[in-house]
Design a protein around this ligand. Structure first.
Ligand SMILES: [Fe+2]
Length: 182
């Protein structure tokens, strides 16, 4: 989608602002996708650890919804138009739909390990680029990545054995990770 900025924040080059808005929009799709996916998991986990995992996920949903709000408002601040509609997420995302329905807590946690790996890797790539373009947006991304990495640890702590090895080690898809963890 072509980004057309009529104005941007003072001191930021307009060409740089366009790229910053692109990076913000990509993370807005990711944050909106992630908080919906986390709620989907919250509703679909079953098994003996149901309540622990069910309740662990709601604060993550709330935090990631807050990220989406901050990203969208940063786009508007830079003179852009944030896109938050469901069809746009599906059309523009570079990842597949979360593929698991009713399943055990361990299977979902295995799949979420893969989800968080993808989201965090993309944040870190964007941070590298933002260091040159806009340190203010970079700071926002760093703050969000800090929280996402904490949540990723919460997920992975359920997948670790006493030696620290992850049940999902080497799995590249949600299905593989769910199977390995389940
Ligand atoms: Fe609920």
């Amino acid at each position: 989608m072509a980004i057309n900025l009529k104005y941007t924040t003072p001191g930021l080059d307009e060409k740089d602002a366009v790229r910053v808005v692109e990076l913000l929009q990509d993370r807005l799709y990711a944050a909106n996708d992630l908080h919906l996916t986390l709620k989907h998991v919250h509703w679909n986990v079953v098994g003996p650890h149901f309540i622990a995992v069910h309740e662990m996920l709601d604060p993550q949903v709330e935090e990631v919804r807050g990220f989406a709000d901050d990203l969208a408002e940063r786009i508007a601040t830079l003179g852009g138009s944030p896109v938050g509609t469901p069809a746009a997420i599906v059309e523009n995302r570079s990842w597949d739909e979360y593929s698991i329905g009713r399943a055990t807590t361990q299977e979902h946690l295995g799949a979420l390990d893969v989800v968080y790996q993808g989201v965090i890797t993309s944040y870190r790539e964007a941070i590298k680029e933002l260091g040159e373009l806009d340190p203010v947006t970079e700071d926002m991304f760093i703050g969000q990545t800090d929280k996402l990495e904490l949540f990723h640890w919460f997920i992975r702590a359920h997948l670790e054995d006493k030696s620290g090895a992850l049940a999902t080690d080497g799995a590249s898809s949600e299905e593989q990770a769910a199977k390995a963890a389940g």
